[in-house]
Design a protein around this ligand. Structure first.
Ligand code: TYM
Length: 323
């Protein structure tokens, strides 16, 4: 089982990233797993260089703080392994314009951004390159990445069919609960680095007071019956999902233990603080030593590079490029 996954350094990592992805990265880390901060992906939107630079370092530290251990797995920064953009070009010549244009995230973001960058359209091809370079069998992601993953599979199959067996066709690993954490203020929209309001999102670096306040103010409904019911009670069901994901219980089981929203919210805030406060403390310590962070990033890139190089060279040769 070879695992690869990535996260963009576009904003502050939030509870959705943690429950949908990072937590499962930590649980599945071993010498066959690779995780990356996908800085090249962040260039598809408006981001100033200083912010991208700082975010990349911070996200790298945050992943370590969450429990990713460079000695047990490989953690690297995408742009430090040059094969990602190189394979991406080869795969752009396999993917079609029509299939990229149909991607839901592209359509939503293109509409918001107006004059969007070409990279926003070709982004899922770079993501496919990230995955296929490592002959990945499993990709731990949240629900919103299913469509991109399906495209990566499609590209791998098409490539193998056209040029001969080269890539492993990967499959997703989407958690049962926590795969789609919703905005606390607008529970019909997912929690997002780019769109959520500060009150709608719990960031991994929020203080204890912030977490308590945001949970307390999370939108619910007025009938005051604690029940797991996404259709009629999206706000409350979101809280139950989050609670279930961090305590490894089912949302229904949790709902059965409460009569009042207030009690549920208090206990949830407490459980979240117990999980997130140690992460935030470790994160702050790690940020004190930028030289060590750079060293660790280089260690990760050095481990990833030869694996990626081998696959790239196979793919290039299969397409007829001279070696
Ligand atoms: P990104 O950076 O938007 O998100 C990182 C991971 O967090 C998950 N996630 C969520 N899970 C639950 N609830 C939410 N509200 C929520 N928001 C985000 C995402 O599903 C993701 O797993 N394209 C990817 C990054 C990427 C990648 C890859 C992933 C690039 N190359 C290769 C896997 C493999 C993205 O933008 O994720």
């Amino acid at each position: 089982m070879r695992i690869l996954s990535g996260i963009q350094p576009t904003g502050t990592p939030h509870l959705g990233n943690y429950l949908g992805a990072i937590r499962n990265w930590v649980a599945n880390q071993n010498d066959e797993s690779l995780y990356c901060v996908v800085d090249l992906h962040s260039l598809t939107g408006e981001i100033d260089p200083a912010t991208l630079n700082a975010n990349t370092r911070q996200l790298f530290a945050a992943l370590l703080a969450c429990g990713i251990d460079q000695e047990r797995c490989t953690l690297f920064i995408q742009s430090q392994v040059s094969w990602h953009s190189q394979l991406s070009w080869l795969l752009e010549c396999v993917a079609s314009y029509g299939e990229l244009k149909r991607m839901t995230q592209f359509k939503e973001k293109a509409e918001r951004q107006g004059a969007y960058r070409v990279g926003l359209l070709t982004y899922p091809v770079l993501m496919a390159a990230d995955i296929l370079l490592y002959q990945t069998t499993h990709v731990p992601v949240g629900d919103d990445q299913r469509q991109h993953l399906e495209l990566a599979r499609e590209i791998a199959e098409r490539f193998n069919h056209r040029y001969g067996a080269t890539f492993v066709v990967p499959q997703g690993m989407v958690p049962e609960f926590g795969a789609r954490v919703m905005d606390l203020q607008e529970p019909t929209r997912k929690m997002s680095k780019s769109i959520s309001s500060p009150q709608g999102s719990i960031d991994l670096f929020d203080t204890e007071a912030d977490i308590a306040k945001k949970i307390k103010r999370a939108v619910t409904d007025t009938d005051n019956e604690v029940r797991y019911d996404w259709e009629n009670k999206p706000g409350l069901s979101n809280l139950l999902d989050i609670f279930g994901a961090i305590t490894s219980r089912t949302p229904t089981e949790i709902a059965d233990g409460y009569q009042r929203y207030g009690d549920l919210k208090n206990d949830l805030a407490e459980a979240l603080i117990a999980t997130l406060a140690p992460i935030r403390n470790r994160y702050e310590e790690l940020l004190q030593d930028p030289a060590e962070l750079s060293r660790l990033a280089k260690v990760g890139a050095a481990k990833a590079d030869p694996i990626a190089a081998r696959t790239y060279q196979q793919a290039a040769a299969a397409m007829g490029l001279l070696s």
